[in-house]
Ligand binder design. Structure first.
Ligand code: ATP
Length: 298
């Protein structure tokens, strides 16, 4: 495998200057295209095999409560690299381990650079609605990356897809966030604590195992009773979303976020919200795909 110093490093000239207060508008894509890109991203996940490309490339960095994901798209918006590390460096919208976050981002960006043979000078990032965007942008800046776009997580997804009268519901590790979209524009976004972490805590308590073990057991999907144990927490998430969409014209729900990988989550949301539910093929990667897409301009 090539190292960064061995690789022919070309500067990625595609990044335009923008401050972290600038909000990018992404070219919307269809649901089918989104799923194709997600399948490709899943195939590329943590694949470090060199695949030099000429770019321009667009990088997105998702700093979550459960994991950090670096996704790189080519000029056509298709994934070219995707690296994920499970990490607990963010909690309740606060970076609890700044140095740890910087180290992981540096490592993941380095892997993407080695894979593609390019040096990245900028990236887009995100934050849960209602939290401080600078918590994420500071980390990028510390790593030496210019912030090419920043937007709250469900809004990134809402902007990526062609949506109307729809709520994007992002169920991540720590929170459940909603963005209500009307004719392609986000008219409301909100976020409340309760995410996959809370399900893992229930599993840990039920089996008397560590949080880490519970996380792993939950992600393996080989336990029939996980959904049963998770149901009250998922119903609580349904209540949160109900509150977010109350009084707003919402005719369907688009799910995103790693917690939606749990088989049966869409059924629980359908029961709770009594609305049609759309579940992408790789819910864990939809938000990172949307973040990386922030850098693609119309
Ligand atoms: P937040 O959005 O709250 O900041 P995050 O960005 O880290 O958090 P995601 O990466 O979307 O959130 O999702 C992480 C959550 O998804 C974790 O709770 C993790 O356990 C859960 N998760 C990931 N993969 C699976 C899986 N295959 N089955 C069930 N849960 C999963």
């Amino acid at each position: 495998m090539k190292t960064a110093s061995q690789a022919v490093i070309r500067r990625c000239a595609a990044f335009y200057k923008c401050s972290h207060t600038v909000q990018s508008k992404t070219m919307p894509i269809t649901w089918e295209t989104a799923n194709q890109r997600l399948e490709l991203a899943a195939q590329l996940l943590n694949n470090a095999d060199p695949a030099p490309g000429s770019g321009p490339f667009h990088m997105g960095i998702d700093l979550g409560t459960a994991d950090i994901v670096v996704m790189v798209l080519n000029a056509a918006g298709s994934p070219a690299a995707c690296f994920l590390e499970w990490a607990e460096v963010v909690r309740d919208g606060v970076v609890v381990d700044f140095a740890g976050a910087v180290e992981i981002v540096q490592r993941l960006v380095g892997r993407a650079q080695e894979k593609l043979g390019v040096e990245f000078t900028g990236a887009a990032t995100s934050f849960p609605p209602g939290t401080e965007p600078r918590l994420s942008t500071y980390i990028l800046e510390r790593v030496g990356l210019e912030v090419t776009g920043v937007q709250d997580e469900p809004t990134c997804v809402a902007n990526l897809l062609e949506l109307d009268r729809t709520a994007v519901v992002d169920v991540g590790g720590g929170t459940t966030g909603t963005a209500v979209v009307r004719k392609g524009k986000v008219v409301f976004s909100g976020d409340q604590p309760t995410g996959g972490r809370h399900i893992s805590l229930v599993i840990a308590g039920h089996y008397g195992i560590s949080f880490q073990e519970a996380e792993e057991r939950k992600r393996r999907h080989d336990q029939f009773d996980i959904l049963k144990l998770a149901r009250p927490t998922l119903q609580r998430m349904g209540d949160i979303v109900s509150g977010h969409i109350k009084g707003r014209r919402v005719e369907r729900i688009v799910l995103t976020g790693g917690t939606c990988c749990l088989p049966g989550v869409d059924g629980v949301f359908a029961e709770e919200l009594r609305l049609p539910i759309q579940l992408p093929c790789q819910p864990l990667l939809l938000t990172p795909l949307a973040i990386a897409s922030l850098s693609l301009q119309k």
